[in-house]
Design a protein around this ligand. Structure first.
Ligand code: NDP
Ligand code: 8X3
Length: 251
């Protein structure tokens, strides 16, 4: 039987690309997100084109009860998750803090921090029981250095960095590897979400340079997952060649 990978936020962007990459590496895949149609379409591709088993789970990672109902009550055949990719996340808004919207802050904190916590809290005990597993958190360059108007988004990604380091220590006794992949600019739906559907503002983010593609990040995740059991690639910062820091680009 194939190993099992669970990828949160697989309805677009990096999560979708990771699902396809790990399916190519013969993992059976649990995919999650809130958009039913996208989940079903991807599940069809995974089982049809890639020939692996796929389990689509439609829920909101911000809702602890929904996480427990879906990830905590998996059919027996899916319970032994070998690889968890905590990818679901978003930025909302790009305002100075004194001008920020509290609703935007709550969406980011609830998704990027609480969602990751709820999912990990549900999956990790099963990995501990089996003394095996690999958790990969998708951080960001925004979790390494702040930029003006990034405030709460940056803070959530600094939190992902801190949680990743702490988890690595806490899960060490059980042989569970914990890694972080921290990308720079990747062209996905990220900026459209950040600018609340304003496509022209979103497109502008990637003008004048070649950003990373979601598949580039998925390749890094695939490499980390494929390493032999005695190797843990703990932390990777992956940038477009045209990016040198959170706010320095070659245009
Ligand atoms: P996308 O917007 O393309 O994908 C985000 C994914 O997260 C979607 O599948 C979305 O699914 C899911 N998601 C968002 N909120 C929730 C929620 N409340 N419950 C469940 N799923 C949710 O963006 P990316 O692929 O770029 O983002 C993926 C990760 O990568 C994020 O953590 C982001 O912070 C990080 N990242 C992105 C970078 C970039 O430049 N694009 C750079 C560095 C890090 P749905 O809407 O169906 O729920
Ligand atoms: C996404 C990259 O630079 O927009 O995490 O924060 S950035």
């Amino acid at each position: 039987m194939n190993k099992i990978a669970c990828i949160t936020g697989a309805t677009s962007g990096i999560g979708e690309a990771v699902a396809l990459r790990l399916a190519a590496d013969h993992f059976d895949i649990i995919i999650t997100g809130r958009r039913h149609d996208r989940l079903n379409a991807l599940a069809g591709r995974l089982s049809g084109d890639c020939g692996v088993a796929a389990l689509p789970l439609c829920f909101d990672v911000r809702e602890r009860q929904q996480v427990e109902e879906h990830i905590g009550c998996l059919p027996e055949r899916w319970q032994n998750i070998d690889v968890l990719v905590n990818n679901a996340g978003l930025a909302v808004g790009l305002n100075p803090l004194h001008d920020g919207l509290t609703g935007d802050w709550e969406r980011m904190i609830d998704t990027n921090i609480n969602g990751l916590l709820y999912v990990t809290r549900t999956v990790a005990p099963h990995m501990i029981a089996r003394r095996t597993g690999h958790i990969i958190n998708i951080g960001s360059i925004a979790g390494r250095e702040v930029y003006a108007n990034g405030n709460v988004y940056c803070a959530t990604k600094y939190a992902v960095d801190a949680l990743t380091k702490g988890l690595r220590m806490e899960l060490l006794p059980y042989g569970i590897r914990v890694s972080q992949v921290a990308p720079g600019a990747v062209e996905t739906e990220f900026s459209t979400v950040r600018f609340k559907g304003d496509h022209s503002r979103a497109d502008n983010v990637y003008k004048g340079f070649e950003p990373l593609h979601a598949a580039d990040v998925a390749d890094v995740v695939g490499y980390i997952v494929g390493c032999p059991p005695h190797v843990n690639v703990a932390d990777v910062l992956v940038l477009p060649a045209a990016q040198a820091s959170a706010s320095l680009f070659r245009n």
